[in-house]
Design a protein around this ligand. Structure first.
Ligand SMILES: [Zn+2]
Length: 91
């Protein structure tokens, strides 16, 4: 069984052995202890938003790395192409 994250304490837990579950906006959340569920139920948005923020930070780090290396390669290629082209025009 795939493990899920207890958004309150950040622990990875098995849904089958979760001590408590909660449903929010049609999505099920699992918790390692009743205390975590109670904390989640008090302010679900806080924990969901914190989790989404953590995920989007990881994604933007990946996105930042890709265009940098690809962009550098593309720039040098287009410079060579431009140079070759301007030589053709001069002659
Ligand atoms: Zn927990």
């Amino acid at each position: 069984m795939e493990k899920v994250k207890d958004l309150v304490c950040g622990m990875m837990i098995d849904p089958a052995t979760a001590a408590a579950t909660s449903e929010y906006r049609g999505k099920k959340y699992y918790f390692c202890a009743k205390g975590c569920k109670i904390a989640f139920d008090k302010d679900p948005e806080k924990f969901i938003r914190a989790e989404e923020k953590a995920e989007s930070t990881q994604v933007s780090v990946l996105l930042l790395r890709w265009p940098t290396s690809r962009g550098a390669g593309h720039r040098s290629l287009s410079t060579e192409e431009r140079d070759a082209h301007s030589e053709d025009c001069a002659d």
